[in-house]
Ligand binder design. Structure first.
Ligand code: FES
Length: 67
């Protein structure tokens, strides 16, 4: 049985590149910033419609990391 967290990890945040929430979280945890994540995955380099959502997600991860 899959957990809720697994389901969120598989959520595609950037349909243009197929980048998932889990991909982004992994790269954030490796220390990459939004520009580096974009270069690595191709996210935010197509229509850029995902930029706000990915930026918000990275802010949330940064806040969680501080706790
Ligand atoms: S949805 Fe991410 S670049 Fe288009």
């Amino acid at each position: 049985m899959r957990s809720i967290q697994d389901d969120l990890s598989d959520e595609v945040m950037c349909p243009c590149s197929g980048t998932t929430r889990g991909n982004i979280q992994k790269l954030f945890e490796e220390g990459l910033d939004i520009d580096a994540i974009s270069r690595r995955t191709g996210a935010i380099s197509g229509c850029a419609g995902c930029e706000w959502d990915i930026a918000q997600f990275l802010k949330e991860l940064a806040i969680l990391q501080q706790k």
